[in-house]
Write a new protein. Structure first.
Length: 275
């Protein structure tokens, strides 16, 4: 199924049950009351883009893309935990949320990269999550499963052989991070391979990255790409989300009786093969 693109219309300027600029729509259906008329007029102005022009313009600049979970090659064979994460992540891409630095809530009409990852994992059901891209990096690193990718310049590099849907992806140098060490500046989630073209897809938030030729501004799906050699930014690592995938059961220990049987079989074989 081709990606669905969303762009350019001002819709739902007031969140359900919420307010914009301190103005709340009338809930009692009162007609003819001056206050009720004023509220309705204010709501109409907001919808038309006159009440809050900056807000309306910001909503117009949002451009996002979405897909369905079944559009991914790996979705049907993945473990239930990863399928659920893919589903909740793609639900966020359908809300037409912009990129908003410092936000981690869809109620703000937009989120930044780490806020988007945090929101997805929170909706999945995880608690006590990191907030910044740096904190997510340290979280993954502490689990002992982070795969560093020094000087990687293409997603075809063999170092990505272990990359799986649901893994965290990390960049540095996408903006100035001050005294962070390492200077991690961006995080996303790898979703898998699109059936339609065989190319990778990631989930997150950005202002300027692309999806299949379309420039994106918001919470969306994106092309799976890493910076080219010589770029100001670089891709520095990936790894599984701690606690997402069930731990693989360890191989059962070989008991004494099993060892004894193996040795007896070896002895018998040697006796049979003796001249």
């Amino acid at each position: 199924m081709p990606a669905s693109f969303q762009h350019g219309q001002v819709r739902d300027p007031i969140p359900p049950g919420g307010s914009a600029g301190g103005i709340r729509a009338s809930a009692d259906g009162t007609r003819g009351h001056p206050a009720s008329f004023g509220r309705k007029a204010a709501v109409l102005l907001i919808v038309l883009g006159f009440g809050f022009p900056a807000f309306a313009q910001k909503r117009k600049s949002i451009a996002t893309a979405t897909i369905e979970p079944a559009d991914l090659v790996e979705y049907e064979t993945e473990v239930p935990e990863v399928r659920k994460l893919i589903e909740v992540s793609l639900e966020l891409t359908k809300k037409r949320l912009g990129y908003q630095f410092g936000s981690n809530s869809p109620d703000n009409w937009g989120m930044d990269c780490s806020g988007t990852v945090q929101a997805a994992l929170s909706r999945y059901g995880m608690k006590e999550l990191p907030r910044s891209s740096y904190d997510f990096y340290e979280w993954a690193k502490a689990s002992g499963t982070l795969v560093p990718t020094p000087e990687v310049a293409t997603t075809e590099d063999p170092i990505f052989a272990k990359l799986k849907p649901g893994d965290l992806l990390f960049w540095e140098g996408t903006y100035e991070t001050g005294d962070r060490d390492p200077p991690i500046s961006h995080v996303m989630i790898y979703l898998g391979t699109l059936k339609a073209d065989g190319e990778g897809v990631v989930f997150g938030a950005s202002s300027g990255r692309r999806y299949r030729g379309k420039k994106i501004h918001g919470v969306s799906v994106f092309d799976w790409e890493v910076p080219r050699e010589g770029s100001d930014s670089s891709f520095v690592g990936y790894g599984p989300i701690p606690g997402l995938r069930p731990k693989e059961a360890p191989a059962p220990p070989i008991g004494a009786n099993v060892l004894k049987s193996l040795l007896e079989n070896l002895v018998k074989k040697s006796e049979v093969s003796s001249p």
